[in-house]
Design a binder for this molecule. Structure first.
Ligand SMILES: [Zn+2]
Length: 72
């Protein structure tokens, strides 16, 4: 559907989410896969998105719930 791979080294799964680091607020925002690749954004597959951990002192904000239905 999108053909974008997970950005993790040695992972070749299709990306299902995009992680964006908001440096001003020390937040790691996980949301739906973005349409275009941008700086400070990392595409992640479902497995890596679930296992995401933010750097110490950072907050993780998830805009998608893995495994739930989309399009409600
Ligand atoms: Zn992955």
């Amino acid at each position: 559907m999108n053909g974008r791979p997970c950005s993790k080294v040695a992972c070749n799964q299709d990306a299902t989410a995009t992680l964006t680091y908001v440096y001003a607020d020390s937040m790691a925002v996980l949301g739906p896969l973005s349409h275009s690749a941008e700086p400070h954004c990392y595409d992640l597959c479902e497995r890596h998105a679930e296992r995401l951990s933010a750097p110490q002192g950072w907050q993780v904000v998830r805009h998608v719930v893995m495994g739930s239905s989309f399009g409600e």
